[in-house]
Design a protein around this ligand. Structure first.
Ligand SMILES: [Zn+2]
Ligand SMILES: [Zn+2]
Length: 335
């Protein structure tokens, strides 16, 4: 196991189907009475074995984990938490916004599936394709053992763990209750999926995202940009320096996405689905067309297009017009 900072170990947990690509980085932080685990990986036997083996190499047992912080409720971060709780007795801390969504997301999923279908239909996904996109995430349910958080976070609290003092920084956008952990004295940021060194974190508009997830995301970039950080410990890919530069790259990416969407709409009015078909997408580092994406990524693409379209409307660069049942967007007349 990799000690990325004295007192902080990095676990590499594989992702189902993809192996090591986009492996999840969980972090173990040494305390006086046990270890703090940040994020858990997927609930698969492969990820569980990887965690157990890496803990074993460091001479740590599950019983030595005294608490768990989950940066956000996506299955790659939260999925295995229930199993770690069963073995360790540790309590889980999660942002209060996401605690409220656990049941609809991972236990009683029917109403969320219905809301997703309504949203996709409104935004032009054709009926034959709708069931595929609507149910694309149902399969990941098997990789999550839901557990109720013992502690709810709201941002602003400080978690003291051994020689570390982590401020909880609420960074909504990639998910509504995403949190980063910041040690001001040590100038370390555990960035979760908010900031990754290579990949641009997905930001999508969906039934649990709120109305302007991209606006939230960009404001959350500004929040972390203002922190003095020497080293970023992300939840995927490699530990990196140069946080401010990375924030600027991500900002530029979203500015370019918006420009590409406006350019696509200059060809004529389109639904969010049609916009998604007209712009390129990056999956696992490879640029591809919408048609080449797997169903779940198609859904993420439509929701990402929507996340960019709505603020474009607020900026008066795009207008909503009522189409034949579906919502259609048009480029505003050039000033
Ligand atoms: Zn995520
Ligand atoms: Zn992730």
């Amino acid at each position: 196991m990799n000690e990325v900072v004295p007192g902080i170990l990095q676990l590499k947990l594989p992702v189902p189907l993809l192996g090591d690509h986009l492996a999840v980085n969980a972090y173990l932080i040494q305390g006086d009475q046990g270890w703090l685990l940040v994020d858990s990986g997927w609930n698969t036997n492969q990820a569980f074995s990887a965690m157990r083996n890496q803990l074993g190499q460091a001479g740590i047992g599950f019983g030595d984990i005294s608490r768990i912080v989950i940066t956000h409720f996506h299955p790659d971060h939260y999925g295995l938490a229930g199993r770690v709780v069963e073995l360790s007795g540790a309590g889980v801390a999660l942002h209060q916004v996401e605690k409220a969504f656990i049941d609809s997301r991972y236990v009683n999923m029917d109403s969320l599936l219905n809301e997703t279908a309504i949203l996709l239909r409104l935004h032009g996904v054709p009926e034959p394709e709708l069931p595929n996109l609507q149910k694309a995430s149902v399969g990941v349910r098997q990789f999550v053992l839901p557990v109720s958080p013992e502690t709810t976070l709201s941002g602003g609290e400080t978690i003291h763990q051994g020689g570390f003092h982590f401020e909880v920084v609420w960074t909504p956008g990639h998910s509504p209750g995403h949190v980063c952990l910041y040690d001001r004295a040590k100038r370390i940021l555990l960035s979760g999926d908010h900031i990754l060194p290579n990949t641009f974190p997905n930001v999508g508009l969906h039934p649990q995202s709120g109305e302007d997830p991209l606006g939230h995301y960009l404001r959350s970039l500004t929040t972390v940009e203002s922190l003095d950080v020497d080293l970023v410990l992300p939840a995927h890919e490699q530990v990196f320096t140069g946080l401010k530069q990375r924030v600027n790259e991500i900002r530029r990416h979203h500015t370019e996405r918006k420009a590409a969407i406006v350019a696509a709409l200059r060809e004529g009015p389109k639904t969010a689905y049609e916009v998604s078909m007209g712009i390129p997408w990056i999956l696992n580092g490879v640029t591809m067309s919408f048609a080449e994406l797997p169903a779940l990524d198609k859904r993420l693409a439509v929701m990402s297009a929507l996340a960019h379209l709505e603020p474009l409307c607020a900026e008066h660069r795009v207008q909503r017009i009522q189409g034949n049942g579906a919502l259609v967007y048009a480029a505003a007349a050039e000033q």
